[in-house]
Design a protein around this ligand. Structure first.
Ligand SMILES: [Cu+2]
Length: 125
């Protein structure tokens, strides 16, 4: 098997493992993702706040309506771009507690700077 093919298969295996881990049972009970849909339209996020508990898997469906927008949270190293009419679905683990700004990082239209939201992650009781 060629090195290139081996590398490709390793990558596929790693991707499959990652997606399996995201929904794998932990401590004997299945982990369900906390699903939220965020719409970006007219230079605003709706809803503008996501509440989560530390350790939750958040599955975000991010939809841009009028122009392309991003869903960006620096502290979580998330920067997802949706084109007009497109919905991007992604997951991440809310492993850090605190309040984290959500914004649009695009610069083509300066009104994107108005777009502000927040992710609030609290400790599990
Ligand atoms: Cu934008």
């Amino acid at each position: 098997m060629s090195t290139r093919r081996t590398a490709a298969l390793t990558f596929v295996a790693a991707v499959l493992l990652c997606s399996t881990l995201a929904v794998a049972p932990r401590a004997g009970r299945p982990v369900r993702a906390h699903e939220c849909t965020i719409t970006a339209n007219d230079f605003a996020f709706s809803p503008a706040r996501i509440d989560a508990k530390q350790g939750e898997i958040l599955r975000v469906a991010f939809h841009a309506v009028d122009i392309p927008h991003t869903f960006t949270i620096d502290e979580y190293r998330i920067n997802k771009r949706a084109a007009i009419g497109q919905t991007i679905v992604f997951e991440f683990v809310a492993d850090k507690t605190g309040t984290f700004p959500i914004y649009c990082s695009l610069t083509a239209d300066e009104r994107c700077r108005r777009m502000k939201g927040e992710l609030v992650v609290v400790k599990q009781p």
